[in-house]
Design a protein around this ligand. Sequence first.
Ligand code: PEP
Length: 253
Amino acid sequence: MARTRFVCGNWKMHKTQAEARELVRALGALLAPVAGRVQVAVAPPFTALSAVQAALAGSAVELAAQDVHWEKQGAFTGEVSAPMLLDAGCRHAIVGHSERRQLFGETDETVRKKVVALLGVGILPIVCVGETLAEREAGRTLEVVGRQVQNALQGLPAPDVARLTVAYEPVWAIGTGKTATPAQAQEVHGAIRSLLRDLAGEAAERVRIQYGGSVKPDNAAELMALPDVDGALVGGAALKADDFIQIIRGAIR
Ligand code: PEP
């Protein structure tokens, strides 16, 4: 099945509102020729969501959040809920990023609850999974990634699975300049697709599986040409309009 490729820029904890507007303006001018051929989203920090939403008006670029809390509202200081993200104009939200798993106590169970909360309001989750270097070196990559996918999707009906994006992000490749080789990426993406088939049947063919981890203009096209790589989750290179656009061009079939 032909899946529209999907590239999302994760800005992490970067950009004031003014800087965010400036980046969106630069992207807008460069993106016009690729509009409609690749799905594109940007995930600014919460404080810049509304500035970016306003700056994106009339563009095909979609708004994403970097995280969410699973409750709708309540005494959860510092958290932001799925209905709030919807209200802020988000179409997507990243969950389970390895930085959240490693630094902020995210678990497979909180990822699952976040996926349910997002789907409940119609926001499309981007579920991040990936192994550490120690896990890869111990030959545990497929076991770890398989467990993360299976736990995130537990109990979801197949039509909901079809609405997900899974981002395979080897932890050792994030922000390090080290990228998975095409063979390493395809091995894991293929395994994720086959697990999704076991869990959700035909819906698996509709799930986009992004690769993330030091995606740059010079490696994006090769990675996204792989059969089960349907786009990219881009960190550092998404902060520079020229680099991000070159990566998006690499996603055009
Ligand atoms: C990320 O944080 O999702 C990521 C892939 O970062 P980078 O592209 O900088 O490795």
